[in-house]
Design a protein around this ligand. Structure first.
Ligand code: NAD
Length: 330
């Protein structure tokens, strides 16, 4: 029987994976701890480790996984920036779930945008306390605004369709332009410079790579329109947080919608309501009236969780039965 060690497991993971495992019958152990060099010795005796976005498979962890004879790393997410592929060799395969529900993330990006723009978080708190005034709740129409989308893959395209529904003028940047999509979905590819200069709202939908780490920084934010809204549902490290805070304080950034955060790994997914938060940058961001942060929840819909569970198990079965899998990360 194939033995699978799950890391960073939450109750909702167990529920959905146990249900899908009725078909596969893998021997699963759920660990709540993250996978990293410290916890990697736990994998001794397991064939597969199943990990999520904030588990860390660096050079040291890979070394221990090899010593423990792990054959497969099954990411139950799309991004694989947390796995050091440079130090991986053929003794351990890596698979991921490249697509589970692009709608979940694109729709969450829009939810965040409307929350900040239309001050829904303030309005909710006010009406709960029987305060029915409108002062301070003034928003703007998305209709007619220029929306810049960075990354026109699966999620970026869904986001573009929704923005078209609002009547926005959509421009986009991608290192690989999809000319068919440009025609069909009614948007225009521009250079990154043009996108920064012309967008009222910028939404990030590209993966984190060595090349684009901190692409949103002091310099690039200088090129943006005053009062620009930034949405990041991709990866926290795409934005330099220190410069972001400076630019928010100056009023250069008009609104910020974050589902991911540069230093999220020790914070997001944990209940810290009775703890001291030592991350001063996060505290500053949370104190700002035009910032809304969710803790990497954009993927979190029933449809997405079901697809993640079914595809993760199929990936594992493909590798062990057929020796290959179309979702292998090379
Ligand atoms: P995808 O692979 O379908 O599309 C990514 C696109 O980005 C591709 O078209 C690619 O060419 C482009 N790209 C790569 N590097 C770029 C760069 N430097 N500049 C501009 N474009 C670049 O991926 P997807 O499914 O659309 O997911 C996008 C990202 O969303 C993922 O990489 C992941 O980081 C993030 N994500 C977040 C959540 C969440 O819950 N918040 C869930 C899933 C995915």
């Amino acid at each position: 029987m194939i033995k699978v060690a799950f890391f960073s497991t939450k109750d909702y993971d167990k529920e959905v994976f146990d249900e899908y495992n009725k078909k596969y019958n893998f021997d699963i152990t759920y660990f709540s701890s993250k996978l990293n060099a410290e916890t990697a010795p736990l994998t001794k005796g397991y064939d597969v480790v199943c990990i999520f976005v904030n588990d860390l498979v660096d050079e040291e962890t890979i070394k221990i996984l090899k010593e423990c004879n792990v054959k497969l790393i099954a990411l139950r997410c799309a991004g694989f920036n947390n796995v050091d592929m440079k130090h991986m060799d053929s003794s351990i395969k890596v698979v991921r779930v490249p697509e589970y529900s692009p709608y979940s993330v694109a729709e969450h990006a829009v939810a965040l945008l409307l929350t900040v723009d239309r001050k829904i978080y303030k309005a909710y708190q006010r009406t709960k306390k029987y305060n029915f005034t409108l002062n301070g709740l003034l928003g703007f129409d998305i209709h007619g605004k220029t929306v810049g989308v960075i990354g026109t893959g699966k999620i970026g395209k869904c986001f573009i369709k929704i923005m078209n529904g609002f009547g926005a003028n959509v421009i986009a940047y991608d290192i690989f332009e999809d000319k068919n999509a440009e025609k069909e979905l009614n948007f225009r590819y521009v250079t990154l410079e043009e996108l920064y200069e012309n967008s009222d709202i910028i939404s990030l939908h590209c993966p984190l790579t060595e090349e684009n780490e901190k692409m949103i920084n002091h310099n690039t934010m200088s090129k943006m329109k005053d009062g620009v809204y930034i949405i990041n549902t991709s990866r926290g490290k795409l934005i330099d947080t220190d410069s972001l805070i400076e630019r928010l304080e100056e009023g250069k950034i008009g609104g910020l919608c974050l589902d991911v955060y540069e230093e999220e790994s020790e914070i997001f997914s944990n209940d810290l309501s009775n703890s001291y938060i030592r991350d001063k940058d996060l505290l500053t961001l949370l104190s700002m009236p035009n910032v809304v942060i969710t803790s990497h929840q954009a993927f979190f819909t029933k449809e997405a969780l079901n697809k993640i569970a079914s595809d993760t198990f199929k990936n594992i079965q493909d590798i062990f039965l057929n020796g290959s899998c179309q979702n292998e990360v090379k």
